[in-house]
Ligand binder design. Structure first.
Ligand code: ATP
Ligand code: MG
Length: 183
C-alpha cells in the first residue's frame, strides 16, 4: 500500500482545492519558510484521526480551517483526502480487494468532524483500525518530526513499550482485547 496523493481544501494555508501527487517512493517538498510544507504533514496526521489540536500546532480543532488572509475571506470547512494505491496489496480485512482506498475527513467551524472511506461515511474508529499495527497513524513512528527522536530517547519504559508493540504489530490485538474486555 502506497500513499499516492493528498487532496487539501480549506485546510490551513491551502484554501483552494489542491492535489499533491506523490509519484515515487521518495518525494521532496521544498519551499521558503512558512509556505506550508509542515501543513502537508499536519494534514496527513489529521486525516488519520488526530484529535489533539495542539499536536497540529493549533489551539482549537477549528484552527485547521483556513482563517483568511489580506486578500481572502475565511472558509467554513476544511477537507483532506489521502488516496492509497493498494494495487500491490497491503490492506487487510474488508478493504483488501480495493485497488485504491480514499480516506477523507472534513471539519466545520462548529468542530464537527466527518470521516469517509471511499466516499462512504464511516466512524473515526474505522479509519484508526486500518492503520493500527501498520506503523502509520496520527502519532506513529512512521512520521518523524522535529521532536520525535528526542521523544524516543527520553521515552519512559511504558511509552517505549507502546512503540515496540506497534512495531511488532501487536498493538492491534491489544486494542481488540481492550474492546472485548470493556463490553
Ligand atoms: P518552515 O520552513 O518554517 O518549517 P513551513 O513551510 O513548514 O515553514 P508551515 O508551518 O507549513 O510552513 O506553514 C505555516 C503557514 O501556514 C503560515 O503562513 C500560517 O499563517 C499558515 N497557516 C496556518 N494555519 C492557517 C490557517 N488556519 N489559515 C490560514 N493560514 C494558516
Ligand atoms: Mg515546517
Amino acid at each position: 500500500m502506497r500513499l499516492s496523493r493528498i487532496k487539501l481544501a480549506g485546510f490551513k494555508s491551502f484554501v483552494d482545492p489542491t492535489t499533491i501527487p506523490l509519484p515515487g517512493n521518495r518525494v521532496g517538498v521544498v519551499g521558503p519558510n512558512g509556505c506550508g510544507k509542515s501543513n502537508v504533514i499536519d494534514a496527513v496526521r489529521w486525516v488519520m484521526g488526530e484529535s489533539s489540536a495542539r499536536h497540529l500546532r493549533g489551539e482549537a480543532m477549528s484552527d485547521v480551517i483556513f482563517n483568511g488572509s489580506s486578500s481572502r475571506k475565511p472558509v467554513g470547512q476544511a477537507s483532506i483526502e489521502m488516496v492509497f494505491d493498494n494495487s500491490e496489496g497491503g490492506l487487510t480485512g474488508q478493504y483488501a480487494h480495493y485497488n485504491e482506498l480514499a480516506v477523507r475527513r472534513t471539519v466545520t467551524r462548529e468542530g464537527q468532524s466527518t470521516y469517509y472511506l471511499n466516499g462512504t461515511r464511516c466512524r473515526r474508529r474505522d479509519i484508526t483500525d486500518i492503520f493500527l499495527g501498520t506503523g502509520l497513524g496520527p502519532r506513529s513512528y512512521a512520521i518523524i518530526q522535529q521532536n520525535t527522536v528526542s521523544r524516543l530517547i527520553e521515552a519512559r519504559p511504558d511509552e517505549m513499550r507502546t512503540y515496540l508493540e506497534e512495531a511488532a504489530g501487536i498493538s492491534k490485538y491489544k486494542e481488540r482485547r481492550r474492546e472485548t474486555e470493556n463490553r
